[in-house]
Design a protein around this ligand. Structure first.
Ligand code: GN1
Ligand code: MG
Length: 347
């Protein structure tokens, strides 16, 4: 660790380095020096194959947001002026620490409104960003059909002892192949415009101040061109629910329609003008699909030996998959009611 710390121009003697375990992909540490605090991260190189391109995306967009006066992450280049540093084959980068609170679960409707506003503002500020300058760092990251095909493949080559425990979920997913194409087809037909997307706006990636006002979105690793529908639905996936994705007791789990109404009202209030007919009319469908997609990703990883998402016990990705598939079905059950809500605020 000493060698890595030495690569960055941190001010004063380092007093502590404490790991923060909330993310499922990278390794994150809070570094406290005599004068300041920093975030130091090891980039997961199995998932992010091209750190150069990823860091370029972050650098370009955070500079752009900064110029517009929008609060965002502040990168700290290494002592040689590089966007990240490599040490014993691992890639590391640093940010200024932002004094804030974050949540894994929403207990307060103010957080719903504040995150909806923050996401809308993020999209609004980046609406004229030269999108062609961004690298597509993980191709097909949110291509549900590609995710479905990979799942199908793994299912076929997996021992029955593993598939036994999720046979209902597997059959449900396999019956949904056509649905997995819906968003992709709209993108190919240019019905959905390509926009700068965060691609991972889960609730823990929003920072809040002490009065619970949103400060900014963090974790810009997956910032790439995509459809705003993915961001809107992915934020709703973790914000408008009663429990986190780790909850195993499905009786406690439900989609919170009151939070959904608050989220949609606030988001559309801020950014309706940038959404077209196809975006406005596919919000509810895209929520059903993002739960399904995340369920497929967790289940794929479980069947494949938990190589992608960090787990603290063997069946954790199975629990997460069941949780997300359950919520996808809840959205289907509430479909008409949710569509009515969108209609009301989309006018
Ligand atoms: C991962 O890194 P983290 O925890 O913010 C994942 C997201 C998933 C999320 C599920 C690069 O996000 O796509 O939705 O876990 N990030 C990547 O909790 O795959
Ligand atoms: Mg992430």
């Amino acid at each position: 660790m000493e060698e890595i710390l030495n690569k960055f121009p941190f001010k004063g003697a380092i007093e502590s380095v404490v790991e923060n375990t909330i993310g499922l992909i990278n390794n994150t540490y809070v570094v406290t020096s005599e004068y300041e605090k920093y975030i130091l991260q090891r980039i997961n190189k199995d998932i992010f194959k091209n750190p150069e391109e990823l860091m370029e995306n972050i650098n370009l967009t955070t500079n752009y947001l900064n110029d517009l006066g929008k609060k965002t992450l502040s990168l700290i280049k290494d002592k040689e002026g590089a966007l990240y540093t490599t040490c014993q084959g691992e890639h590391w980068r640093a940010f200024k620490y932002i004094e804030s609170k974050s949540f894994k679960k929403v207990e307060n409707i103010k957080i719903v409104a504040e995150s909806a506003k923050e996401l809308a503002n993020f999209h609004k500020h980046l609406i004229s960003f030269p999108i062609h300058t961004l690298n597509n760092t993980i191709p097909d990251f949110h291509n549900t059909l590609v995710i479905f095909k990979k799942f199908q493949d793994i299912c076929l080559n997996c021992p029955e002892s593993l598939t036994n425990q999720s046979i209902q979920e597997i059959n449900y997913i396999l019956s949904k192949e056509e649905d997995c194409e819906i968003i992709y087809k709209l993108l190919v037909k240019n019905k959905l415009p390509l926009r700068v997307c965060h691609n991972d706006p889960k609730v823990s990636n929003f920072l809040f101040d002490h009065s619970l006002n949103a400060i900014c979105l963090i974790d810009l690793d997956t910032l790439m061109p995509g459809t705003l529908l993915t961001d809107i639905s992915d934020a709703i996936r973790t914000i408008c629910v009663s429990e986190t994705e780790d909850e195993s007791d499905l009786k406690k789990l439900h989609f919170k329609c009151d939070y959904f109404e608050e989220f949609i009202k606030t988001y559309l209030d801020e950014n309706k003008m940038n959404l077209n007919y196809y975006e406005l009319n596919n919000i509810v469908k895209s929520i059903e699909l993002i739960f399904l997609e995340q369920g497929i990703r967790f289940l794929t990883d479980y069947l494949n030996g938990n190589k992608y998402f960090k787990v603290s016990y063997r069946d954790q990705n199975l629990v997460r998959a069941k949780n997300q598939i359950y919520l996808s079905k809840e959205v289907v059950k509430n479909n008409n009611y949710l569509e009515e809500i969108v209609k009301q605020y989309a006018r």
